[in-house]
Design a binder for this molecule. Structure first.
Ligand SMILES: NC(=O)c1ccc[n+]([C@@H]2O[C@H](COP(=O)([O-])OP(=O)(O)OC[C@H]3O[C@@H](n4cnc5c(N)ncnc54)[C@H](OP(=O)(O)O)[C@@H]3O)[C@@H](O)[C@H]2O)c1
Length: 274
């Protein structure tokens, strides 16, 4: 599996299995199958309520813990210095691990809460309990404010990203700040039917005997972002990692770039109601 080196030298596999909306048993089966299929990166979160099953599937795989990169996230209600410490310990206990590879602030709330939570994450990072720390759903102004008090630069920013939202400006900004972008909902999530119905993707896929999902995912990998496709279906889990032989001509790249229409399927981080 191809890896990317984060700003602190930690290596992260470029494709990770997403587990949002994977219920407990589904999550266990999906992670177990993904590890057999060659995945070494799993994305979960406290709010997904499947950390226990994710951790158990990893343990049962008998693959050494250090060969698997696992991300979890601090939920909104748990933001704040002390709460973040407690929430992290709960996540670690649920997973059954003694360290986590990557821990993210799931959504930005107030600047103060982000700064206080970040302080806790920095401490856990310095203690070696987390290999890398980052954020999710942060826009420019959230990052600028975090920078005012942060002593550790976020390693990643996990944001909604697919062919419809290509984040040209945020990518350039994060690149300049040495933050990797991770693409969540790379297949448009619950609206995957929109992705599958896209004629440009259909045309490009047909010309190279790849699937539409594979074309949409490989395009993101070629933009130098980490992708987190979710599937609980064994065949689609395998399909979503079988991308690395797909290449695009400059004409195809231009067509795929043209799909960037700004249509979001998740809330605007400045207007969340949760
Ligand atoms: N940080 C955040 O706020 C945040 C928000 C959302 C998501 N995430 C993370 O990002 C991951 C991915 O996002 P997501 O789960 O919302 O959506 P997604 O990965 O874009 O799409 C998942 C949907 O696509 C289907 N699918 C997967 N592979 C397919 C294929 N090859 N062909 C056809 N359909 C396919 C899945 O169904 P099957 O399972 O039936 O295959 C599921 O319905 C999440 O699981 C989570 O880990 C993070």
């Amino acid at each position: 599996m191809k890896t990317i080196t984060l700003n602190n030298g930690v290596k992260i596999p470029v494709v990770g299995l997403g587990t949002f909306r994977a219920k407990e048993n589904e999550a266990y089966q999906a992670v177990a199958h993904a590890l057999k299929a060659g995945y070494r990166h799993i994305d979960t979160a406290a709010i997904y309520r499947n950390e226990k099953e994710v951790g158990q599937a990893i343990k049962d795989s008998q693959i050494p813990r250090e060969e698997i990169f696992v991300t979890s996230k601090l939920w909104n209600d748990d933001q704040g210095y002390e709460k973040a410490h407690l929430a992290f310990q709960k996540t670690l206990d649920e997973l059954g691990f003694d360290y986590l590879d990557l821990y993210l602030i799931h959504w930005p709330k107030t600047y103060q809460k982000a700064a206080d939570s970040w302080k806790a994450l920095e401490e856990l990072y310095h203690q070696g309990k987390i290999k890398a720390i980052g954020v999710s759903n942060f826009t420019f102004h959230h990052l600028e404010h975090l920078y005012e008090t942060a002593t550790v630069i976020p390693a990643v920013n996990q944001v909604e990203m697919h062919v419809g939202i290509q984040h040209e400006k945020l990518r350039a900004f994060c690149q300049e700040k040495n933050i990797y972008l991770e693409a969540y909902a790379p297949l448009m999530s619950h609206e995957i039917k929109n992705l599958l119905a896209n004629e440009t993707l259909q045309k490009v896929a047909a010309s190279k005997s790849a699937t539409i999902a594979q074309v949409a995912l490989k395009y993101l990998v070629d933009l130098d972002v980490i992708i987190l496709p979710k599937s609980t279906n064994p065949q689609r889990i395998e399909e979503n990692i079988d991308l690395f032989n797909i290449t695009f001509t400059s004409e195809e790249k231009a067509l795929l770039k043209g799909l960037n229409n700004g249509r979001k399927y998740f809330p605007d981080p400045d207007n969340i109601a949760f």
